[in-house]
Ligand binder design. Sequence first.
Ligand code: ADP
Ligand code: MG
Length: 255
Amino acid sequence: MLELRELVKYYRAGEGELVRAVDGVTLEIAAGELLVLYGPSGSGKTTLVKMVAALLAPDSGSVIVDGREISALSEHDAASYRLYELGYVAQAFNLRAGGTVVENAASKLWLTKDVRRAERMVVPLLERLGLGERLGNLPSQLSMGERQRVTIARALSVDPKLVVADEPTGSLDTQRGEEVLELLRELCRERQIAVLLTTHDPKAAAFADKALELRDGRLGAYESEAGQAERGSRPSRASERAKPSAGSSGRDLQR
Ligand code: ADP
Ligand code: MG
């Protein structure tokens, strides 16, 4: 569903110094698969996610979604891709303070459907996300975990094939964070959505079908201490499958 091929984005910092924010990333995510991209702050997660969302043009390489080259889209087609095909969940919730839970969750659908129909459509999803009692509440009346679940409802409202979630648990405590990850994983399976989720929390990898690590813009296998310990006995599903795709191997993590 999502394929990145040798994706590159460099920035010029002050003094003309080159920052290799994303430095040749190749990976694939199938429908129904959740990939966790673990990386510390500054490792290139947001830069990568923005390229997948067609918010930032790569210097080279490809972003292919459902067989289509995303970086080649016109502004108009990129906007429509973001609206209808992509669900974007970010650490910053970007909820409208004056809008209720239902109104915020339905805001993407409003652009194409009448308000009542849009709101009817998101209610089952909000219920599924445990917000059934909160439909008329304002964001200020919600916990952080509830706010993040509203953004998930908004992202999933358009029935996307691909969801990118950039540190969606970054503002949440451990328990709320795990609840959000669990829900994302369930919904991804149920609806056969490909999910790319970034995190700097090593524990999040436990929710992944596949976990990879980004360091200085380069991709490597995700190596948790637990994973290494486990490898001696029985590899976990995540660590077993945590191999970078061909093309990015052999030059990872050693910089
Ligand atoms: P992460 O999301 O993992 O924290 P980012 O993608 O935000 O990482 O940043 C990766 C690297 O690129 C960092 O060194 C950051 O300082 C640099 N960077 C990000 N955005 C810009 C920009 N607009 N101009 C220059 N450098 C940037
Ligand atoms: Mg970031």
